[in-house]
Design a protein around this ligand. Structure first.
Ligand SMILES: [Zn+2]
Ligand SMILES: [Zn+2]
Length: 345
């Protein structure tokens, strides 16, 4: 374990599946997929698998399926809990449903709509009928049907020892959930420091509710839909005790406080950059976007223009709601300026 509390598996599995405990594991890929495996009550030789997200695309889902076949002689995927409807989280749904027709795809009501109507992702980020360049698998997963709408605090008790609990984490997206998996048994991947204590081990799959150090070093302005809720959900993650924290993209953590601080720093700095942009007079949102991109050395391409541009508009909404900025129209342009309270600071 290092000072940043980043956890690494001592002997990472070649298959990609690494186990925290005998029943809870993770498939490491561009989008980490959570795995909970329990014995079937009817047939002890059969493993029943619950996935948290299904991977970014069909090719990754196929790799996960092959990895599961190496791990278990007989298994069935019972449920996929999609944390949210972004393509990189539900991109394997369709593949797994084809292999296991009786599997149940679960999501909250608002995320169900995006999983079933995939144009929503680029339409929300673009704010209109998206350009054809945005209608690609990176933004739009293969369409799949959500079988079961779950509440954002749904609990699945799999047996006396294993439980899956959804934790509401809105903000990055509409009604995203994180998933806290608790199971009894020894820790398999213990690089010292984690003890099973009373025999219960928890693994918190935090979805895109908190961004890893590695990801923030590359993307200082990650996609956020509702900044206020994102901040609240960051606190929820910080205040949820767990032995392991597994964000969807990048490293695994054993302690979350330092990462929480880094995420908050990113939010506050982005807010501050927008306020700085308006110090020398009102600007349109596209002028603010150029200021923010120049200051952060971000070369604008199509994807950044849409994703950072959309996130910037969400920051603008948040600063407006907290009365730090206000809008007016001049020469048929919508201009943003500092409100009198923030301009006097
Ligand atoms: Zn996402
Ligand atoms: Zn993601």
């Amino acid at each position: 374990m290092n000072t940043n509390n980043i956890f690494t598996f001592e002997n990472p599995s070649q298959s990609g599946i690494n186990w925290f405990t005998p029943s809870t594991g993770v498939f490491l890929s561009p989008t980490n997929v959570g795995i909970v495996a329990v014995d079937s009550k009817k047939d002890k030789s059969l493993k029943e698998i619950y996935l948290i997200d299904s991977g970014p695309d069909r090719a990754t889902a196929e790799k996960l399926y092959i990895a599961l076949k190496k791990e278990f002689s007989k298994f069935e995927i019972k449920k996929i809990i999609d944390t949210h409807s972004h393509a990189d989280h539900c991109g394997g749904n369709r593949f797994f449903k084809e292999v296991f027709p009786s599997l149940e795809i679960c999501a909250t009501q608002m995320e169900k709509s995006g999983i079933e109507c995939t144009i929503n992702q680029s339409a929300v980020a673009y704010g209109a009928n998206p350009l054809p360049e945005y209608r690609i698998p990176y933004y739009e997963a293969e369409i799949s049907k959500v079988d079961t709408v779950i509440s954002h605090d749904e609990v699945f008790k799999l047996n006396d020892e294993t439980e899956i609990k959804c934790i509401p984490l809105p903000g990055h997206y509409f009604d995203m959930v994180g998933v806290l998996c608790t199971s009894k048994g020894p820790v398999i991947s213990n690089d010292s420091g984690i003890s099973s204590g009373n025999g219960t081990v928890s693994v918190f799959f935090t979805a895109d509710g908190i961004f890893t150090r590695g990801m923030l070093s590359r993307y200082w302005i990650p996609f956020v839909f509702d900044v206020g809720k994102f901040i609240e959900s960051l606190s929820v993650i910080k205040n949820t005790e767990s032995d392991f924290y597994v964000p969807s993209h990048g490293e695994i953590y054993t302690e979350i406080d330092a990462l929480y601080e880094l995420n908050m720093l990113s939010v506050l700095q982005n807010e501050d950059t927008i306020l700085q942009a308006l110090k020398d007079g009102p600007k349109t949102h596209e002028e603010i976007l150029k200021y923010v991109a120049d200051l952060n050395n971000i070369p604008m391409r199509l994807s950044q223009f849409m994703l950072i541009g959309s996130t910037l508009k969400s920051y603008i909404t948040h600063l407006y709601e907290t009365e730090k900025i206000k809008w007016h129209f001049k020469d048929n342009r919508m201009l943003w300026g500092l409100s009198s309270t923030s301009s006097s600071q």
